[in-house]
Design a protein around this ligand. Structure first.
Ligand code: SIN
Length: 359
């Protein structure tokens, strides 16, 4: 195995591991006393790899590059653009057989959907896998989960798994799911980002999961453009709750916001107090998407009530994922108009919201 920060100069077949930071690269000052008090993004990805080197399957060459070393709660849109461009260029490199991305779990679901929507079809066409992974415990605690997650991710990226197409996946706690299905629904469990996601054991691929993957990939036939770092449209998430006020929406009418994701209650309904201001928002051209704050289940068109004209339901996308999807759809609309095509953000978003669910 080889690990280097000069990924561009490596010409022999290899797995490229990109470091983004997170708990997998975190250090606790008192690792045996309080493992949950730590700083994320402290250890270089090359060092994480050197610890697992003896266990990497024989014949698999691993090369690394540090893209960032952050706590993922500080993830920026500019960094997503940088990562997306790097993933695309790396996929195009014949020497790169597959990619692993070490990432903080707090916003891994945002990166997961971003990569699926901008690089998923490309990875599938090339038959290469991009695997996101992370950890819930810092690197220097005795029971650290990062090393086994990283090994599983390298194994999944490098082995020809029967019938499983190229694409964007995530590996955590011995299980694999499509990266666009990640949803962190627990603060500290070792399987937190994958807990509610349709997944399969890494070493024993479940046929019904695999057929779900294939159905989803068959429906995703064209990637969306990656916005330049300064080009991302401003989109906010607003949560409906008891005692919601019309001012919560009205405040945005005087801003430069381009879209709002409404995390509604139950099946994605929102407080009546928002109704009038939301109509004004639509009239002003602010894009609206509805999702549920419950953390699971689908938000469907005209359920529980008829939608405001122009407002789209998010399908199974959680609020953070719906936000990234809406940003990419708004950017795609802008690019389409520049190219003389009359496609709208709704045309692009609808393609995402109807992707088949894996059960
Ligand atoms: C982070 O997201 O960077 C910190 C939390 C984690 O990785 O689990």
């Amino acid at each position: 195995m080889m690990s280097s920060n000069h990924a561009k100069t490596e010409n022999s077949p290899h797995i490229l591991v990109l470091g983004m930071g997170g708990t997998i690269a975190g250090l606790a000052p008192n690792p045996t006393g309080q493992p949950l008090q730590y700083q994320a993004g402290q250890v270089q990805v090359q060092s994480l790899l050197s610890h697992i080197e003896p266990a990497v399957p024989k014949g698999v060459k691993v090369v690394s590059a540090q893209v960032a070393n952050i706590n993922s709660r500080d993830l920026t849109e500019g960094l997503l653009s940088k990562l997306g461009e790097l993933v695309r260029t790396s996929l195009a490199n014949p020497a790169v057989l597959g990619l692993v991305i070490t990432h903080g779990t707090d916003t891994i679901e945002e990166t997961g959907i971003f990569l699926q929507l901008t690089c998923g079809n490309y990875a599938q066409i090339l038959g290469k896998r991009v695997i996101l992974t992370g950890a819930m415990l810092p690197a220097n605690v005795p029971q650290a989960d990062g090393p086994s997650n990283l090994l599983d991710a390298i194994g999944w990226a490098s082995s020809p798994i029967d019938n499983c197409p190229g694409g964007i996946y995530a590996v955590m706690d011995g299980r694999v799911c499509m990266a666009m299905d990640l949803a962190k629904r627990h603060g500290s469990a070792l399987n937190a980002p994958i807990q509610g996601s349709p997944s399969s054991p890494v070493r024993l691929i479940n046929p019904s999961w695999l057929s779900g993957v294939k159905a989803k990939e068959a429906a995703w036939t064209e990637d969306l453009p990656i916005p330049n770092g300064d080009e991302w449209p401003w989109v906010e998430i607003l949560t409906s709750h008891a005692g919601a006020r019309s001012e919560t929406i009205a405040l945005w009418l005087n801003s430069k916001v381009k879209g709002l994701v409404l995390a509604g209650s139950g099946m994605g309904g929102f407080h009546d107090a928002w109704g009038e201001s939301l109509k004004l928002a639509v009239e002003q051209g602010i894009a609206l998407v509805r999702t549920t704050r419950t953390g699971a289940g689908a938000t469907l068109t005209d359920i529980p009530e008829k939608d405001l004209v122009g407002c789209l339901a998010s399908g199974t996308l959680s609020a953070p994922r719906a936000r990234i999807a809406l940003q990419l759809a708004l950017n795609a609309e802008k690019k389409a108009h520049l190219a003389g095509k009359s496609l709208t953000w709704q045309d692009f978003f609808a393609r995402i919201a109807i992707l088949p669910e894996i059960r």
